[in-house]
Design a protein around this ligand. Structure first.
Ligand code: KIV
Length: 268
């Protein structure tokens, strides 16, 4: 059993301030939660990517709040010390602030310690209302999978000056709203590095270069298990490791030592 103390939002913020990298992976069940926690993963994200990797959907859009509550409860039961974030799925915060609060409460009661919302601008007032009610919130900017159709497919966001400015503005608004963490997905490495330096909260990257406060990958991608081609920024940590626990420990070590991602290999 590892000897670390349970991670807190305060501790994650200290790690960000000290430049100590944060290793985050998605997780959907109790056994993996136990293995990843023991391997030293700091944050377990009960991602709505479960719609694709567990349920076989082409996107995250069909995932329901009931699905997320079920998986958040499974992960919470298997975890001991990692910080647990649960995604608010598509449709669970778009309709009204009241339904967003209701659904976030369900995830927290299932064992999540923070909820994650995708998008900027319109999400800031919702994030603020959740934070005011004692629900820690993580933002998610850049490529936001729930908007895959609106964004025209899987593409890097924030490349042009106006798009980068809009991302900067959305990030500031989320900080003012009180979010305690921000995930940035598929944005240019220089922009991710700039946001990480500027913002007071941890900025966790996926396909956003090595300059973030930490990294997140979809668990199955990290283990090299996939039906389709994986994104370019993914690394298979099972290569050279004979166990899942070993791959997870390698992921943690490589994130902490800035060996993952490799901006040159991954083309940031
Ligand atoms: O659902 C998920 O797995 C995510 C990550 C891609 C950040 O949101």
């Amino acid at each position: 059993m590892n000897s670390r103390k349970p991670l807190t939002m305060h501790r994650l913020r200290e790690m960000h301030a000290a430049g100590e990298k944060i290793a985050m992976l998605t997780c959907y069940d109790a056994l993996f939660a136990h293995v990843l926690d023991e391997a030293g993963v700091d944050v377990l994200l009960v991602g709505d990517s479960l719609g694709m990797v567990l349920q076989g959907h082409p996107t995250t859009l069909p995932v329901t709040i009931d699905d997320m509550v079920y998986h958040a409860a499974c992960v919470a039961r298997g975890n001991r010390t990692a910080w647990v974030i649960a995604d608010m799925p598509f449709g669970s915060y778009q309709e009204s602030t009241e339904s967003a609060i209701h659904n976030a409460v369900r995830l927290m009661q299932a064992g999540a310690q923070m909820v994650k919302l995708e998008g900027g601008g319109w999400t800031a007032p919702i994030a603020q209302r959740l934070v005011e009610r004692g629900i820690p919130v993580c933002g998610h900017l850049g490529f936001t999978p729930q908007s895959v159709h609106a964004l025209g497919g899987y593409r890097v966001q924030g490349r042009e000056d106006t798009a980068a400015d809009s991302l900067r503005r959305q990030a500031e608004e989320l900080i003012v709203a009180g979010v305690g963490m921000l995930v940035v997905e598929m944005i240019p490495a220089a922009l991710a590095r700039e946001l990480t330096k500027r913002l007071a909260v941890p900025v966790i990257g996926i396909g956003a270069g090595v300059g973030c406060s930490g990294q997140v990958l979809v668990l199955h991608d990290m283990l090299g298990v996939s039906v389709d081609r994986t994104p370019r920024f993914v690394r298979n940590f099972m290569a050279g490791n004979s166990s899942i626990a070993g791959a997870a420990r390698q992921y943690v070590a490589d994130v902490k030592a800035n060996r993952f991602p490799d901006d040159e290999v991954h083309g940031f």
